[in-house]
Every structure is written in structure tokens, then in C-alpha cells.
Design a protein around this ligand. Structure first.
Ligand code: SAM
Length: 250
């Protein structure tokens, strides 16, 4: 049975599965066509009891912007959850949430159903958030106009980890932040540099070791590169592990 992802949004057209944009191309499109995932975007406006299908109001206490109201959001969540008996993991995309990390993405890829709530304007009335108790996720320390692009980022990251989506040659374990199979310490490291033809480009040569045909040596070199890169670029990611000595890659 495919993993089901529901997106609750006031811009459902952004998620058209067959549109040649965003999730309509490449790996997410392939996964959907293979029946490994399905997604449905639901317009929150459709659940507004207001005759103009209003979903937002001015904030109590004054100030700029609009706030998404509890009623349409709550009713939309209840209605969409009732569409499938599997329990949905509720996720609110918000800059105030926990930063999205690969370990979370791995966990979400194992869930049968996700429900993504995208905010707009100033955000969503706090009371409905308190009642829904969603997992609050941020895709970075910056502010987007709406949660839709954040939802797409999360969806893309999750979909590629659903078993069967990536081909044999595209293992996610060797990507940055994945647990590399070649690392006996099982660390989440940045990926190594990659090269392809031609062997010499603009006078720059591909590292000799990659031409050696010695797979053990190549795996060790790649692991060293991953450790060096992580040390140099993102030491903050792994404060608890010792990056000083590469373990033997075997
Ligand atoms: N007033 C809110 C605040 O400062 O926390 C920001 C609201 S933002 C303009 C509108 C919506 O965009 C949010 O409700 C959220 O759904 C989405 N959004 C903005 N930045 C985001 C981020 N970094 N990660 C995830 N969602 C984000």
C-alpha cells in the first residue's frame, strides 16, 4: 500500500501531481507512478463555514497581517484524516519548529501516512495548534511566505527514502547525513566529492585512486574524504564524535 501524504493548504494547485514542476518530475514523480506514494492536496478554504470561504482574520491585539482561523483548519484536518483509516502523523511546517534533519526524514519515511499543514500570512491561530499537537518542523532559519514549499521539501526528502524508490545505484546511505555503509562507526557524514568523464578537464585531473580499480582503497579514500569534509565544513553537526582518526574501512 502506498504511503499517503495529505497536504492542507490554501494553494492546493501547487501540488498538482501531474504538473511538470516540483514533485511532478524526477524521483517523486517516478515513486508516485510506481505506486509507492500518493499525495492529495486539500484546500482549507473548502472547509470554511464563511460564505466567502474566508480562512483568515485580523489578529487580536492588532498589528500587521492576517491569522489563519481555527475552524477551517480544524475541520479540514478532521475531514482529511477520516478519508483513510491509517493514523496520520500530523506535521505543521513552521519556522519555529525543530529543524528538519535526515534522521527525522528517515523516521517519517517509515510512517504509513503524513498530514502536512502549511500556514500562510502571520501563521495559524495558536489554539488549533495546541489542540492538534502536530510535530512542528522548520526547513531552516529563514521565513517563507507560506508552508507549501517547506512541505514540498519535506515530501521530496521523505519520498526518496521510501523503500524501492531509489534504484540500487542511488543508495541514500552514501548521501550527506545518511549513515554510510562504509563507515564502521556508523556516523552521519557529508558525502565525498564525485567525478566523471573526462579524466582531465581544463587541466584538472581526477584523483588517481579512483582510477586504481582497487575497491577497498577507493572506499577508504572516500571515507577519509567524507570525514575531512565534515570536519572542515560542518563540525557543528557531530560534536560528540571524534573526527580525528578515520577508522579502518576494511
Ligand atoms: N509569523 C510567523 C513566524 O514568524 O514564526 C511566520 C509566518 S510565515 C510568513 C507563513 C507560513 O510559512 C508559516 O505559517 C509556515 O507554514 C511557513 N513557513 C515560513 N517559514 C518556514 C520555515 N522556515 N520552515 C517551515 N515553514 C515555514
Amino acid at each position: 500500500m502506498p504511503i499517503r501524504i495529505d497536504i492542507l493548504t490554501t494553494f492546493p494547485e501547487m501540488f498538482a501531481a501531474d504538473a511538470p514542476a516540483a514533485l511532478g518530475v524526477s524521483i517523486p514523480a517516478r515513486a508516485r507512478k510506481a505506486g509507492l506514494v500518493e499525495w492529495h492536496a486539500t484546500d482549507i478554504r473548502g472547509y470554511s463555514t464563511d460564505k466567502h470561504r474566508k480562512t483568515d482574520e485580523r489578529p487580536f491585539g492588532g498589528g500587521p497581517g492576517m491569522v489563519m482561523m481555527c475552524q477551517p483548519v480544524w475541520d479540514a484536518v478532521m475531514a482529511v484524516e477520516a478519508m483513510d483509516p491509517r493514523p496520520a502523523t500530523r506535521i505543521l511546517l513552521t519556522p519555529q519548529g525543530q529543524p528538519l534533519r535526515q534522521a527525522t526524514v528517515e523516521e517519517l519515511a517509515r510512517r504509513p501516512r503524513l498530514l502536512l499543514l502549511a500556514g500562510h500570512y502571520e501563521g495559524i491561530d495558536e489554539r488549533v495548534i495546541q489542540r492538534l499537537v502536530p510535530l512542528e518542523i522548520s526547513i531552516g532559519d529563514y521565513v517563507l511566505s507560506g508552508g507549501e514549499l517547506a512541505a514540498m521539501v519535506l515530501m521530496d526528502a521523505v519520498i526518496r527514502l521510501i523503500p524501492g524508490v531509489l534504484g540500487h545505484d542511488e543508495s541514500a546511505g552514501s548521501d550527506s547525513f545518511g549513515v554510510a555503509a562504509t563507515d564502521p562507526a556508523g556516523r552521519r557524514l557529508l558525502d565525498c566529492p564525485h567525478y566523471t568523464r573526462p579524466r582531465v578537464w581544463e587541466g584538472m585531473e581526477v584523483p588517481e585512486v579512483l582510477m586504481s580499480g582497487d575497491h577497498g582503497k577507493i572506499a577508504r579514500w572516500r571515507l577519509e574524504q567524507m570525514i575531512e569534509r565534515t570536519k572542515a565544513r560542518r563540525p557543528d553537526l557531530f560534536p560528540k564524535i571524534d573526527l580525528s582518526s578515520p577508522p579502518d574501512a576494511g
